[in-house]
Ligand binder design. Sequence first.
Ligand SMILES: Nc1ncnc2c1ncn2[C@@H]1O[C@H](COP(=O)(O)OP(=O)(O)OP(=O)(O)O)[C@@H](O)[C@H]1O
Ligand SMILES: [Mg+2]
Length: 446
Amino acid sequence: MSLRLQLNLLVASLIALFTAVVLAFQIVDTRRSVREETEAANSVATRLLTYFVETYAQTSQPIVLQSLERLGRVRSNEITLRDSDGHTVYRSPQSPYKIGRDAPAWYAAMVTPEPMRSELHFADSVLDIDANASRAVLDGWDDTVILLQLGVVAMLLGNALVFWILRRTTRPFDTIVRGLEEMQAGAYHTRLAEFKGAEAGAIARAFNRTAQAIEDNLDARREAVEATLRLEQSRELADAVQIRVEDERRQIAQELHDETGQGITAIRSMALALVHRFDDGDEQVRDTAQLIADTAATLYASTHDLIPRLRPPSLDALDLAAALEDRVAGWRREQPRHEFVLAIGPLPDDLGESFSLAAYRIAQEATTNALRHAQAQRITIEVAVDDRQLRIDVTDDGRGLAPDWQRPGHYGVRGMRERARALGGELAIETQETGGVRVLAHLPLE
Ligand SMILES: Nc1ncnc2c1ncn2[C@@H]1O[C@H](COP(=O)(O)OP(=O)(O)OP(=O)(O)O)[C@@H](O)[C@H]1O
Ligand SMILES: [Mg+2]
């Protein structure tokens, strides 16, 4: 059943109920007032005629008859005069009030009071005074008809008003339903116009806000997906660059070792041969050859030192632990004023080159940073496997991170983080409570 029909039925029922209640009260009230009026009129007529009869008790019937005819009708009473034989010699005239009309019998039965009759005997006659409530009952009926008519008019008007108001209020609902269907079909740009009614207007505004929120949400999600894609692409690029850089370093190290190293060695050998040849000869030539041999030796040593920096050779041949020990030994030689502590836990045999290289480079950059920026005494490097995660932990006892440590143009920390993330791990750098910096990376081995 539609809302409109339901409300119309409700209003009609309420008005009908109200009319019925008023009608019931009206009938009860009419019944009471008809009885009071009839009783009062009958009692007045009886008292008047008793006095009349007592006054003329000894007189003959014609005088009473004449007086009754002059008296005429007494309201709500029928007056009848009977002679000694019981024949009616006088009947008071009919009331001209609403003559020819009577209330319906069922209504009259409800409101008409008990019959009231007074009989006055005098001389040889009887005077009957009967209460007649038919006019008062008719008045009550007429009021009832008016009340019923008003009820019907109120019902019609009330329903018409409800129908009109509801039609006005619910008219935008079709548009709202259409809008919801469009949204369901994916048209999230759908917006509703401003409706006139307060409720429909509020629904339209809420609808538009919801549609806007959905659109914003979708845009945000799309942007997030695009950003993730871009990030992944840039990570892939960074990985590719990293691999290229490592390749280049490997090749340069190889070249330095095979070509430059061999060349320098050859120069040194030739210079030494000259030294031997001129052992007893030209002293100037011998010294110059000796100088060339010494310079070549120095050059060889520094070239050789350069090779492990470009490419940790031990990572090729040995394992991560050996490579780190090698590098730390180098630092101990180069930086005698610093104390280096290296702690390497048991590492799996199948660590793989990418993990070994990442761990080595992270430890190398973190230690280099500590040497460059920390003014530290002691640098501790720990590498271990906890919970199937390779942990690289480098701490120093230096002055900690400066407030502007993240300023642009510095790439070491970023590079370490990229290496960790490329292998699905994380890297954190922070100033410890004790003052120095801690670089902690976790690379999941699974
Ligand atoms: N152990 C440390 N102690 C104090 N400050 C540090 C430490 N490690 C890093 N920093 C601070 O963080 C900054 C960024 O380090 P990052 O390695 O990214 O760059 P960098 O070492 O300055 O230059 P590069 O790009 O050559 O590595 C450094 O400039 C330094 O201020
Ligand atoms: Mg650095």
